[in-house]
Design a protein around this ligand. Structure first.
Ligand code: NAD
Length: 469
């Protein structure tokens, strides 16, 4: 496959260096991606800063182009989906679905009513409050959702009048580059750009003095580095970081009732979503029953190359992530965990690992306390609603959570007391939508994305005061 080029001033930009992108299902080389040099990155940021001067002026023109961006994503969804599956591994229908879902984010922001100007006159004084854009935004994204997270950042940032440079993960640059090429036909030059390359490109971009805001999605470890670097010149930041979401099943639920939903709420995208079930608390006496019910679903899940029809779960997206998952499983099993199903890598090429359900694990074990971000579900016994909630809220994570019960009021009472950015009843993260805030408590993030709240994070308030006419 030929990687799309980076674009500067509306034209393809040649690079001296390239880097390799591999297919995680086959280990084969997919493409050589362009590697942005520090000098080229500087030109890109300066170009974005110049483009900002005119882009910020006309809100209705911006809305129109956001609509066109949505149309363009939809019309290229099949092609972008195929690129995504080749570099990231997820099943093709999920990749195509991610692209069309991203179009929904552009459409949502194209039509969002925002309170960008307030004017009044009080005691002979004219008072005005406006929302102003910030300037050049850096949108740094991980490898698990290569297109959706671009939409989460670019759509509100562009609506507000900022220009944006997206920095994809070096594991999955190809879909983002293709989006950059498509959007070069939609937006004026340098309004939306993609800078691809191995790190330290991310830190070079986030440290650039003309970048006024860094919107970062990724690991807690890197998020802390971004925050430290941003503090040097007081850049605005939004951080969407890791999660270790707990799901609590109450004692009125039979194990088979939600077995399939619980499984997919942990194993979608092969467990590589920030807001999935990462630890499952069930009534202590029923741990084995729940494990069996969920393992039954796991054994029927079709794991394979995402490009093949019928695949439900692809490989892990990167080799380091596969190694991390193997180490999590090996350590847990060496310490006494029992794999009711799975527990080891699969034969053959690719980063495949068996969907794994572990019991005989508890809080304090690494597999329970840390984010695994892969196909392992630890099931832990709880001693009632309050015990489960206390354990769900323990630790430094606070991204999402869920409560599962036949009694919605009882579940809601518990859900409302989660220390997490988003909590669901009888599902896990299906509630993620453009008009609801998404963010994390504690180490899971700073600020939120989506909705009017996400838009406001790309603006600053300007108060003007003058004698009334
Ligand atoms: P990562 O932190 O390794 O990398 C994320 C991005 O940051 C990549 O583009 C990377 O190249 C770049 N980067 C690396 N060092 C940088 C630096 N010093 N400054 C600026 N950028 C830098 O994360 P990952 O392994 O790609 O993604 C997995 C993690 O992302 C998981 O922890 C997951 O929970 C998290 N995640 C969070 C959300 C959310 O919305 N909260 C969504 C998806 C993923």
């Amino acid at each position: 496959m030929q990687a799309a080029p980076m674009i500067l001033d509306g034209r393809p930009m040649e690079t001296a260096d390239t880097f390799e992108v591999f297919n995680p299902a086959t280990d084969e080389l997919v493409a050589q991606a362009p590697a942005c040099s520090p000098e080229q990155l500087d030109r890109m940021v300066r170009g974005a800063d110049e483009a900002f001067t005119s882009w910020r002026r006309d809100e209705s023109a911006r809305r129109e182009l956001l609509r066109k961006a949505a149309d363009a994503l939809e019309s290229h969804a099949e092609r972008l989906g195929a690129i995504m599956t080749a570099e990231q591994g997820k099943p093709l229908p999920d990749s195509v679905g991610e692209v069309t879902r991203t179009a929904g984010w552009f459409r949502y922001y194209a039509d969002l009513e925002v309170d960008s100007v307030q004017q009044r006159t009080v005691d002979g004084v004219f008072l005005e409050v406006t929302r102003q854009p910030l300037g050049v935004v850096a949108g740094i994204v991980p490898w698990n959702m290569p297109v959706l997270l671009i939409g989460w950042k670019a759509a509100p940032a562009l609506l507000a009048g900022n220009t944006i440079i997206i920095k994809p993960s070096p594991f999955t640059p190809l879909t983002a580059l293709a989006v950059g090429e498509i959007f070069a036909e939609v937006f004026p030059p340098n309004v939306f750009s993609v800078a691809s390359g191995p790190d330290p490109l991310g830190s070079q971009l986030s440290a650039h003095p003309l970048v006024r805001k860094v919107s970062f999605t990724g690991s807690i470890e890197t998020g802390k580095r971004v925050a430290a670097s941003a503090s040097e010149d007081l850049k605005r930041i939004t951080l969407e970081l890791g999660g270790n979401d707990a799901a609590i099943v109450l004692d009125d639920v039979e194990p088979e009732r939600f077995a399939s939903d619980l499984f997919w709420a942990a194993f979608k995208n092969n467990g590589q979503l920030c807001s999935l079930i990462k630890r499952l608390y069930v009534p202590r006496a029923r741990v084995q029953d729940f494990a069996e019910a969920i393992a039954t679903v796991a054994r029927t899940a079709r794991v394979g190359d995402g490009a093949l029809e019928g695949t439900q779960i692809g490989p892990l997206a990167t080799r380091p992530q596969w190694e991390k998952i193997k180490e999590f499983a090996d350590t847990a099993i060496a310490q006494g965990a029992v794999a009711v199903t799975g527990g080891k890598p699969m034969e053959g090429p690719g980063n495949f690992f068996e969907p794994t359900v572990l019991i005989n694990v508890t809080d304090g074990d690494r597999i329970v306390d840390e984010e695994q971000f892969g196909p392992i579900m630890p099931i832990i016994g709880h001693d009632g609603d309050e015990d489960a909630l206390r354990r769900a809220n323990a630790g430094n994570y606070g991204l999402g959570g869920s409560v599962w019960s036949e009694d919605i009021d009882r579940a809601l009472d518990l859900a409302r007391r989660f220390e997490a950015g988003q909590t669901a009843v009888n599902h896990h993260s299906r509630g993620i939508r453009p008009d609801m805030p998404f963010g994390g408590f504690k180490w899971s993030g700073i600020g939120v994305e989506n909705g009017a709240w996400g838009y406001e994070a790309y603006t600053q308030l300007h108060a003007v005061n003058a004698p009334a006419k």
